[in-house]
Design a protein around this ligand. Structure first.
Ligand SMILES: C[S@@+](CC[C@H](N)C(=O)[O-])C[C@H]1O[C@@H](n2cnc3c(N)ncnc32)[C@H](O)[C@@H]1O
Length: 501
């Protein structure tokens, strides 16, 4: 593959630095929104729903929001300093003031990616960087160096009420979104984001002109200014009208840092037009992609966590009936057995999460938490699927993933886990290696599970090899799959964008 202008909706799995360098051509993107980890020094846990509605037992670390100065940071830092220019000088100054610590490691991680993001932006393009006050002051300096302070447009303050409330200081309830244009020609679509005013809140009388257009007048220094009401007014640079997603919000998909669709819709409408190309290099569960699809923009999303890409695929299907590879490109995920073997060797947790996504199943327990350094509280469970074959409680399917040697003992263990777990009726054994004859005999001995409602037998334990899954094999169960929360169905709105200001 080579750098090129992406003209089709594309979802990438991988590190955005590599992907930007490998695939994305200079000056090919109209709008970038990025919502990177904030250096808020806490681990984000993806909370998945349990059928009981409780979330606490199924936590998976989606990404570690803590940065350390390591050998890679040092190399990237030196490369940035060697580039010279203002950015190199700024980073040297920040490191000399702060030292080589988590904050400066975070800033190096961001700076090297912002260089690439600046490169791929069209001269008329805009970048919106979503962050919080932990590092916003430093990030703005980096953006000033890269984009030029004269191309700074706004510091948008997004206010919300959700989350816990501090007692030792004023509750921190806002994020910062910096908007920079690549040049002075960056776009702003006034009419698309202007809000209609509520006449009951207006104190000045409403007049009409010769064409019957309502307006209010203001006289300054003897000169009359007219504010036409049908044009609406722009929201200020502090946004209090866009609610954050509370834990029970319908829109929530189980990704902890999920942003509301309304926020992304406002940004996309402000600085892009239908048909424009929108990039989100830290796309999480795909809010930008969803907004872009809804508003008729072409989208490019990148995320390093297979959990994120699994959720996005499910989101695009439930909201728009879009299927990976058919309706959009999906790049970077293993597509052959050799790719899968490579991923398993590189990182067996990422392999496990990716393999679960093929079903899809949601990850279970503390696996992936390398800090805990243990298999976790999973008791032989890597993932869970749920389904409903009757009006009763959801039933569970226990999933085990193995990238190494397998034997009939694994099958017996899985059978024991199914017996032990409440509401579990079936088991799926995913293996990279082919199963042995003895494993298949063991399954025959265990026998089937019968759905009394559907009057049908299903193999109680089903072995699926990675190769079979890559060829489209599915788990057999009756009724409806309830594993992932479905996004609400959307009708794409390809309407004309309003005037450019
Ligand atoms: C704050 S979340 C984004 C949430 C997103 N705005 C949403 O609404 O769902 C940040 C995301 O960046 C991803 N990420 C972190 N480092 C990355 C990297 N180097 N390349 C690509 N994605 C990365 C994480 O996996 C995580 O999903």
């Amino acid at each position: 593959m080579y750098q090129r202008a992406l003209t089709k909706n594309t979802l990438f799995y991988g590190d955005n630095l590599d992907i930007l360098r490998q695939y994305v051509a200079a000056e090919s993107i109209d709008l970038i929104y990025l919502d990177p980890p904030f250096n808020s020094n806490r681990n984000y846990n993806v909370l998945y729903k349990e059928e009981s509605g409780s979330e606490s037992t199924s936590q998976i670390k989606a990404f570690e929001d803590t940065w350390h100065w390591n050998r890679e940071t040092e190399e990237q830092y030196r490369a940035l300093v060697a580039r010279g220019a203002k950015l190199g000088t700024l980073l040297e100054a920040l490191v000399s003031v702060n030292g080589r610590n988590q904050m400066t490691a975070y800033l190096v991680m961001m700076a090297i990616r912002l260089v690439e993001l600046h490169r791929v932006l069209k001269p008329t393009g805009s970048l919106y960087l979503h962050c919080d006050p932990t590092a916003s002051h430093y990030l703005k300096m980096i953006l000033d160096c890269l984009f030029g302070a004269e191309h700074y447009q706004n510091e948008l303050v997004w206010c919300y009420e959700t989350g816990g409330r501090a007692k030792s200081n004023f509750p921190r309830k806002h994020d910062i979104i910096f908007w920079f244009g690549k040049t002075k020609d960056c776009k702003f679509y006034y009419d698309a984001v202007a809000l209609q005013r509520d006449p009951s809140t207006m104190h000045e009388p409403i007049l009409t002109d010769e064409d019957d257009r309502p307006y209010q007048r203001n006289v300054k220094n003897g000169k009359e200014y007219r504010y036409y009401l049908d044009k609406g007014v722009l929201p200020n640079d502090w946004w209090i009208d866009l609610q954050a997603l509370n834990p029970s919000a319908k829109e929530r998909l189980g990704y902890p840092t999920q942003k509301p669709l309304t926020l992304l819709e406002r940004i996309l409408q402000a600085s892009s037009n239908p048909g424009d190309i929108v990039l989100d290099p830290f796309c999480g569960c795909g809010t930008t992609i969803h907004a872009a699809q809804k508003l008729g923009r072409i989208w490019v999303g990148i995320d390093i966590t297979p959990l994120a890409t699994t959720l996005i695929k499910s989101r695009l299907y439930s909201a728009f009936k879009l299927e990976a590879k058919k309706d959009y490109d999906l790049l970077g995920e293993p597509v052959t057995l050799a790719d899968a073997q490579h991923l398993a060797l590189q990182d067996r947790y990422q392999f496990q999460w990716w393999a679960l996504g093929l079903l899809p199943a949601y990850p279970y327990g503390g696996q992936g938490d390398s800090k805990q350094g243990k298999k976790g509280s999973d008791k032989g469970i890597d993932g869970i699927m749920t389904f409903r074959d009757s009006g009763e409680a959801e039933k569970r399917i226990i999933v085990q993933v193995k990238s190494g040697k397998v034997s009939s003992r694994d099958i017996r263990d899985l059978s024991g886990t199914i017996e032990r777990e409440k509401n579990a009726v079936l088991g799926v054994f995913i293996t990279l290696e082919p199963p042995s004859r003895n494993m298949e005999l063991e399954i025959l001995e265990i026998g089937p599970w019968r759905s009394t409602v559907w009057q049908k037998d299903y193999p109680k334990i089903q072995i699926l090899t990675i190769e079979q899954l890559l060829n489209g094999a599915k788990v057999q169960f009756p009724g409806t799959d309830t594993t992932l929360k479905q996004a609400q169905r959307e009708e794409p709105n390809l309407g004309e964008q309003k005037a450019l200001l």
